[in-house]
Structure formats: C-alpha cells, structure tokens
Design a protein around this ligand. Sequence first.
Ligand SMILES: N[C@@H](CCC(=O)N[C@@H](CS)C(=O)NCC(=O)O)C(=O)O
Length: 195
Amino acid sequence: MKLFYSLASPYSRKTLLLAKSLKLADDIEVVLANPLENDAALIAANPLAKVPALLMGDKAISDSPLIAEYLLRKAGADRSSEAYMRQLEVQALADGVTDAAVAIIMESRRPDAEQSALWITRWESSIERGLHVLESQNETFSTGWDLGSMAVACLLDYLCFRHPTLDWQRPNPKCAAWFAETIKRPDMVETDPRK
Ligand SMILES: N[C@@H](CCC(=O)N[C@@H](CS)C(=O)NCC(=O)O)C(=O)O
C-alpha cells in the first residue's frame, strides 16, 4: 500500500498514527506529496488532489475517516461497539475543528484584499466551540489511544504548529494537560510535522 502523505497535514498524520497502532505501518510506503503542487500521482489516486490518499494496487481511497475505516477493517478491529461509535463521534468533531483551522491558514495565504473577515470569524468560532465540547467530553478520548484520541492529538498539535498565537490551552486545561503528555509519545514524535 502507498500512502500519499504530507508532513504538515493533520489528516495524513492521523492515518499514519492509526496504521502504526494497528501494526500495519510496515505494509505502507509513505509517499510525500504536496497537494497544492497538483502532483500527477496524487491526482491519479485522488481526483480531489488532497492528502491523505491510500493506493492499493490499482484501487485508491481518500478521506482520512474512510482510510481509517479500511485500516481498522484490515486489522480485524471490533467496529460494532458503542465505544467505537464514541471514537467516530470524537473524530468527526476533531476533524471538523481541524477543517476550520486549515481553512484559516489557506485563507491567510490569499492576497489581503481577497480574504473574508466573515469566514475567518466563523471558522474561529467553530474552533472555540469545538474545543469547548472536546474539553467537556475529554474522558471520551483521554483514557486510551484510539481513532478519536489520534484525531484530537493531530488537531491540537496542528493548532500549536500553524496557529502558535492561539491560546487554546488556557480555556481548555484538561485538553492541554492530556496533550502535554500525549505529544511525548514516540509515534507523535516520529510524525512531528516540524521535522
Ligand atoms: N476530509 C479530508 C480533508 C483532507 C484535506 O483537506 N487535506 C489537505 C491537507 S491538510 C489538502 O490536501 N488540501 C489540498 C486542497 O484542499 O486542495 C480528510 O479527512 O482526509
């Protein structure tokens, strides 16, 4: 399997963390791709030209929750439990907050006159509200290392990496305390986007 991957992409990182935790990483060749350069091999795997995309022979799938589902199924993980449903809920929320954080960065790269203050404010509000819910539901991801906690860890490190002036820690102390420990995990260190 080939995983089209960008170091800076929190969605890519989540799929690689999951592959590692499922002991599937040795079956995966990580192919670095910059989606904004319209890499032909990436586009052949994903017409949306986004990472991550997982290529298996002549078949490819994209969108990190779908790739995660494929990896979990391949590993024979139990996906029928209520606990797994919670993981999917946490992933959906964390990915949604990540979408808003990525959108602000993309918007900031447009010429000043073309940037939308209205959309940036909406995305900032989504981040604030989403983090507030993660903080209030922190027990749903903070006791293990699963798809939900990986999505939250990738989100929080993306905020540190790309939004260094956003003080998300002070209003969300439980998330901050969990993240301070989680970021030391060897797999988080190995997938650090700053490398
Ligand atoms: N929902 C997708 C989002 C993937 C995504 O937006 N990836 C970004 C990189 S962080 C990308 O490839 N952006 C390129 C673009 O939007 O053209 C997923 O979970 O995989």
